[in-house]
Design a protein around this ligand. Structure first.
Ligand code: MN
Length: 208
């Protein structure tokens, strides 16, 4: 029998959990929740970016958005696929130590639930299939992002590039720019600087 690939293998291989405060996570649970979650984490790493993650079959499918999301349907924001993350990661805020994968500060910039709205012949297309097809359509229910968003695969295999686009609905707003006007954590109200300072305190204590 073929052994099923562990979707979190890369995630675990890249990290030393005795040093990084990031969650190890549990075995992915396959159960499809009625209201799966999404999260956008602001990640002040070597280069600031926003990690968009959606719960699919027990893990967080992830993309890195160099410029973050836009609420303007005319904007096509680059989204680079990254490793699947454990569900527990959605609540993670803290500092990944220097010299480790993703070193820098992580903030929960937006969090909420979503539902899959991609239909074919009147039926919802399963998320796994949407990812394979390169056409994801989700309705996000976050604090900063609300409404329908699409992720569209462009570029050739080996150099996978997606575009993150606000779909046209009554929640689209070309004048809003939440990346700059709502920069703080939705979980703790903290800025990147405040999370960074608290994180450094924690690791100092750990060393004593
Ligand atoms: Mn990241």
């Amino acid at each position: 029998m073929m052994r099923k690939k562990d979707p979190l293998k890369q995630y675990h291989q890249r990290r030393d959990f005795t040093v990084s405060p990031e969650p190890k996570g549990h075995k992915p649970k396959k159960a499809v929740r009625k209201k799966p979650i999404f999260v956008i984490q602001k990640h002040a790493a070597t280069r600031l970016h926003y990690d968009f993650r959606i719960e699919v079959e027990g893990v967080l499918k992830s993309w890195a958005l160099p410029k973050g999301p836009s609420t303007n349907p005319r904007d096509k924001r680059l989204a680079i696929p990254t490793d699947d993350h454990p569900i527990e990661y959605a609540q993670f805020e803290g500092v990944i130590p220097e010299g480790h994968y993703g070193a820098g500060t992580v903030m929960v910039w937006d969090i909420g639930t979503y539902h899959n709205i991609k239909k074919r012949n009147g039926n919802i297309v399963p998320m796994k299939q949407c990812i394979k097809d390169g056409t994801i359509e989700v309705f996000l229910e976050g604090e900063k992002l609300f409404g329908a968003y699409a992720l569209i695969l462009t570029g050739k295999s080996g150099d996978e590039r997606w575009l993150f686009i606000k779909m046209r609905d009554k929640y689209a707003d070309a004048r809003r720019n939440p990346v700059s006007s709502q920069p703080k954590s939705v979980l703790t109200g903290r800025t990147i600087k405040q999370i960074e300072r608290a994180g450094v305190e924690v690791s100092k204590k750990g060393k004593q």
